[in-house]
Write a protein that binds this ligand. Structure first.
Ligand SMILES: [Zn+2]
Length: 81
């Protein structure tokens, strides 16, 4: 009787130790950073955007058209205040 209990306890302990531990799955939801296209005001993610470099500042655009517009006339196209 005692051996059965011991065996049972041992089995449970071993099973707990041998249980594979899954690494925590990285959750990407809610962590996606968005950038505002200053030309048309659309929000874009870093992956989907066209990045322009203006005086050391990285600006994200929804398309190359917006990038070109901004490059041609940054003062008038920028909606920043
Ligand atoms: Zn745009």
């Amino acid at each position: 009787m005692l051996y059965i209990l011991l065996g049972c306890a041992l089995y449970l302990i071993l099973r707990g130790l041998l249980r594979p531990r899954k690494p925590p799955a990285p959750s990407r939801t809610g962590e996606v950073q968005t950038f505002r296209d200053p030309v048309c005001g659309v929000y874009v993610t870093a992956e989907d955007s066209i990045v322009g470099n203006f005086e050391g500042e990285r600006i994200h655009f929804c398309s190359t058209e917006c990038l070109e517009k901004y490059r041609a006339d940054p003062e008038n196209t920028s909606t920043k205040r």
